[in-house]
Design a protein around this ligand. Structure first.
Ligand code: NA7
Length: 548
């Protein structure tokens, strides 16, 4: 059990809730809980708000969901006063938006920055969470709300020697605030996921040479990004209510019609026309949703995948480089596709070289550069664009213990178990926002965040009204949900692809599909039904009043 040094409100009394993380999820949860009259403390590792948008400051960092859809819906005033300047906002603009939200609603006064939650232990005796930080503070809370993000724990490449390199090594997910000037430098970059795809064209423009080390090629579609026309912004402002309604009911958190045709029931000309329309749209979801079976049927998927491979061949001038950039071991949309703003074209530059790690594996980082099985490269700087311990990493990096001292790492030894991605059996009063086994990363994240925060807040308000002290997912309901998540994934091609969706990017991580693939609209309806049915599958306990 943790030793209490000081508690929640600073006067020894517990707070109603501790929220871990001050990104988009933590900020909105704080806003809602405060509005409902609950006392709340938020702990955030960063020195400011923003989460993903606070850390990922690499050149070219940009959201792949359109700005109008990637924004909060909870305040009409906020919607009306904020002007997005680009169709796809870049990181600095999104961070300014998040900072604006924090300021407008005076959120920072309940947030303790530059502080990591190191441990959180549930106390069986009084049903409180004892939360300890790395600064030595201990806080007692009735509820523990994990707003720790799905892509917040960075992962480095599994090669030796990083400590030997004489120059700087930067990780895209932990980029220096002051920026990096690569002018005149020889730069080596490992990783071609979204972060690599976005930063490569930018670094290529600045560096003397850029050498990209690619293990698995990625499917990218052109973003056709540009300034947002004032008329488009005005139209969105006039229609936000309807847009938000459509977002919540949609499968992926963006408005759009559901495909009704199979790629197999139309002819080649029909497919070509649909794919070309999707390619021209700059919408990341359009190509995979041109037909309803693109990510569920291998043949349907092959058509769309081949279409992208053909486009790569048209853009990249060297046939050999183009071939190396064409994904052939998995299908389009079965892991997160990327939006391209000059990515493929960067390989037409004289100063950019692609190294295919499938042909010459990475051996080690040396004092002067990178050694593959065939060659040694010399660099002034190295960039790791090697991703994250996604979905579970942030939770398992905290020493979380539930009822009877049950460790989260033990409860999740075979992969994350949760009910609706909201709660974990054995961990009363712990909620996750957009956590594992919820739609989360398969959707426009901010819509999933709002749906979860609204549900969690209503649940806590319900408990206060009814004088209920604890809520916990039952084992039976959780097992059933884990099965449903696996079944939804099995209806798709996702599990066949090695990706961070499957935990496959982290050696030793259990291989399970980490998100619910049944669609956000259907999932939200189910969450509402569960609540309306007296929180079916959850068990209430400890008939004490929630401290308020
Ligand atoms: P991703 O998508 O996980 O991409 C990481 C990239 O780094 C990917 O190309 C990996 O290759 C590569 N990688 C990782 N480890 C290694 C090692 N050891 N050797 C060589 N290459 C390696 O992370 P991102 O940051 O780009 O994007 C994360 C999400 O952020 C993205 O999906 C969007 O949702 C936003 P691999 O594919 O594993 O062979």
């Amino acid at each position: 059990m943790l030793k209490t040094q000081s508690a929640g409100t600073g006067d020894g009394r517990p707070v109603d809730a501790v929220i871990v993380g001050a990104g988009l999820a933590g900020l909105y949860e704080l806003y809602r809980l405060r509005g409902a009259g609950f006392t709340t403390r938020v702990f955030e590792i960063g020195a400011g708000v923003g989460g993903t948008w606070y850390w990922n400051r690499y050149p070219g960092a940009r959201c792949d969901v359109e700005s109008i859809y990637y924004s909060y819906s909870f305040s009409e005033e906020l919607e009306q006063e904020w002007e997005w300047t680009e169709r796809y906002a870049a990181q600095p603009e999104i961070l300014r938006y998040v900072e604006h939200v924090a300021k407008k609603f005076d959120l920072a006064r309940d947030i303790t920055f530059s502080t990591r939650v190191a441990a959180a232990h549930y106390r069986d005796a009084d049903g409180l969470w004892e939360v300890r930080t790395d600064t030595g503070e201990t806080v007692l809370a009735r509820f523990l709300i994990m707003a720790t993000g799905c892509l917040s724990v960075v992962k480095s490449p599994e090669v030796e020697g990083a400590g030997d390199f004489a120059g700087p090594i930067y990780h895209t997910g932990h980029w220096p605030h002051e920026g990096v000037d690569f002018t005149g430098q020889r730069v080596g970059l490992i990783g071609t996921g979204s972060s690599g795809v976005q930063s490569i064209p930018m670094i290529a423009q600045q560096a003397k040479t850029l050498t990209v080390f690619q293990r698995t090629p990625t499917y990218c579609y052109p973003a056709w990004n540009g300034p947002l026309a004032p008329e488009t912004m005005a139209e969105a402002k006039a229609n936000y209510r309807e847009i938000r309604r459509q977002q919540r009911r949609s499968s992926g958190g963006v408005p759009g019609t559901r495909p009704t045709l199979s790629a197999l029931e139309v002819d080649a000309a029909h497919r070509e026309a649909s794919y070309r329309e999707a390619w021209a749209s700059g919408d990341i979801f359009k190509l995979v949703s041109a037909y309803y079976d693109t990510v569920t049927d291998e043949r349907a998927n092959d058509y769309a995948s081949e279409f992208v491979r053909e486009r790569i061949g048209e853009i990249v001038r060297s046939p050999e480089v183009a071939e190396a950039l064409k994904p052939r071991t998995y299908g389009v949309g079965t892991k997160r596709p990327c939006l391209d703003s000059g990515y493929y074209d960067a390989y037409n530059r004289d100063n950019v070289t692609l190294v295919n790690l499938r042909r010459e594996p990475l051996e080690r980082i040396t004092p002067t550069g990178i050694q593959t099985a065939e060659r040694e490269f010399e660099f002034d700087a190295i960039v790791f664009a090697t991703g994250f311990d996604a979905m579970t990493g942030a939770m398992t990096s905290i020493d979380i213990r539930g009822r009877g001292g049950l460790k989260l790492t033990d409860a999740w030894a075979a992969g994350p178990h949760s009910l609706l991605g909201l709660q974990i059996a054995g961990f009363p009063n712990l909620f996750m926002i957009a956590g594992p086994l919820s739609p989360s990363v398969l959707t426009n994240f901010i819509v999933s965040i709002e749906q979860h925060v609204d549900w969690i807040t209503s649940c806590i308000e319900h408990m206060r009204r009814e004088g209920i002290g604890t809520i916990e997912a039952t084992e039976a309901a959780q097992d059933d949900w884990v099965r449903q998540v696996a079944e939804a994934a099995a209806r798709t091609l996702y599990p066949k692809t090695d990706s961070w969706y499957m935990g496959a990017n982290v050696p030793g991580k259990p291989r399970v599909f980490l998100a619910y693939a049944g669609g956000l609209g259907a999932y939200g309806k189910l969450c509402d039904e569960v609540a309306a049915d007296g929180y079916r599958g959850f068990e209430f306990g400890m008939k004490t009043s929630v401290p308020a």
